[in-house]
Design a protein around this ligand. Structure first.
Ligand SMILES: CC(C)(COP(=O)(O)OP(=O)(O)OC[C@H]1O[C@@H](n2cnc3c(N)ncnc32)[C@H](O)[C@@H]1OP(=O)(O)O)[C@@H](O)C(=O)NCCC(=O)NCCS
Length: 385
């Protein structure tokens, strides 16, 4: 044990094997470069690729979309629950509760094999798990707009079959069909958020799965991990920062003061990408296109200057949350939606990892380096002062 490798935060440690994605030499999902996927596919194709291992044929895509459409409607009991959540409950907390509650209404979850370690039971888990994954994909994307509308005193809108996943979400928020640019920009953001190897939330899902627990429990845990500002929560800080800076000429002074206070600039830095995140460049160009179309270029000018300053002074580069926070703002989306959107995209990656963990499971149980008191006797209560 003494010779075991220890790295705080597991930095640089290989904690498992995966065939789902790699960040080595640029992010790839199942061998496909992220740039090419963002250019040539839609989110549903990517979700299918993650869950089934291959890109869908056109027939498979049509059937997959049909299954998503059939699963979108939320159980009325869940809608009632959403209506009774105390006002101002954070969206990610509600999403976590909703996923946990959805398990009770899932017909496949109720037929879950009791004995889990045999190959036949694993096969059954994979079969049921894929169906549950599709349901989660559809229902997370309905829960978020439903809760948002309820928060604003509006009734949730029923899903409208036949729309793309991206258009469906935007439609269910506003009741209006998005224009092509908005739909595509949002779709690309979902593709880029869909999967990212052993990030904190995915690793959480795998740890839970490794005990042979169920998919809902693993996704609930993943949502809890994603909520933190060092992970998915970062995209919600982007626009408030740009708004607080206000004008391009304020950037240097504002950031100098922030860094002097040892504050972190959310949307910058990455545990793995130390010279830049490919995804930030891809989504950054969509954010700029939207900003141009919406007459919001002031925020892009401030963002450019923030990027330059942090690269020069701290060698810090933007991660995906930096353009995502701006892009969602240009789409007219309210800030509390941003991390839930990350969750509804990443659920495809989480579920793919849960399925993969089942397929070659080994309980994830690392060791800790003990730094507590040396061995000592327990004093009787009367002698402890
Ligand atoms: C993502 C993150 C947690 C990765 O951190 P990490 O690999 O553990 O890097 P560290 O926390 O060790 O930081 C290394 C140095 O860079 C600094 N740094 C890293 N990210 C920073 C940021 N966003 N703003 C300011 N300084 C930052 C740290 O203060 C530290 O400086 P120091 O050595 O002078 O103390 C970190 O970059 C961060 O907090 N980013 C902001 C949150 C964010 O955008 N999260 C989304 C990630 S996809």
């Amino acid at each position: 044990m003494n010779s075991a490798i220890y790295a705080p935060g597991l930095e640089g440690i290989i904690a498992g094997e995966t065939a789902i994605s790699t960040v080595e030499g640029g992010l790839r999902y199942r061998g496909y470069a992220i740039g090419e996927l963002a250019e040539k596919t839609c989110y549903e194709e990517v979700a299918y690729l993650l869950l089934y291992g291959e890109l869908p044929s056109s027939t498979e895509l049509v059937e997959f979309r049909q299954r998503l459409d059939e699963a979108r409607q939320l159980p009325s009991a869940l809608l009632n629950l959403l209506r009774h959540v105390p006002p101002n409950t954070p969206y990610m907390d509600v999403l976590r509760t909703a996923v946990s509650a959805l398990a009770h209404f899932d017909p496949d979850y109720r037929t879950w094999p009791k004995e889990l370690a045999s190959p036949a039971a694993t096969e059954r888990c994979i079969q049921l798990g894929r169906r549950i994954a599709e349901r989660l994909l559809a229902q997370l994307a309905t829960t978020v707009p439903a809760y948002h509308r309820l928060c604003r005193g509006l009734e949730p809108l029923p899903p409208r079959p036949g729309l793309s996943h991206a258009a469906q979400f935007l439609y269910q928020l506003s009741g209006e069909l998005p224009d092509e640019l908005s739909q595509r920009a949002f779709d690309v953001s979902l593709i880029l958020y869909a999967e990212h190897e052993f990030n904190a939330s995915t690793f959480t899902a795998r740890v839970i799965t490794s005990t042979l627990s169920d998919m809902y429990s693993a996704v609930v845990g993943a949502i809890g991990a994603l909520k933190g500002p060092l992970h998915g929560g970062a995209n919600e800080y982007v626009m408030p920062l740009l708004q607080a800076i206000g004008q391009p000429e304020n950037v240097e002074r504002y950031l100098r003061e922030m860094l002097a206070r040892k504050e972190r600039v959310m949307g910058f830095g990455h545990r793995v990408y130390k010279t830049g995140d490919l995804r930030a460049g891809i989504l950054g160009s969509w954010a700029r296109r939207l900003a141009e179309a919406r007459g919001q270029l002031l925020w892009e000018q401030i963002a450019d200057r923030v990027e330059q300053y942090l690269a020069q002074t701290k060698h810090l580069h933007p991660n995906l949350d930096w353009p995502a926070g701006r892009l969602y703002y240009y789409l007219g989306l309210d800030v509390p939606l941003y991390t839930p959107i990350f969750a509804m995209a990443r659920v495809a990656g989480w579920c793919a990892h849960i399925l993969e963990q089942w397929q070659a499971n080994r309980l994830i149980r690392p060791r800790a380096r003990y730094i507590g008191p040396a061995p000592r006797p327990v004093l009787p209560l009367s002698e402890r002062g």
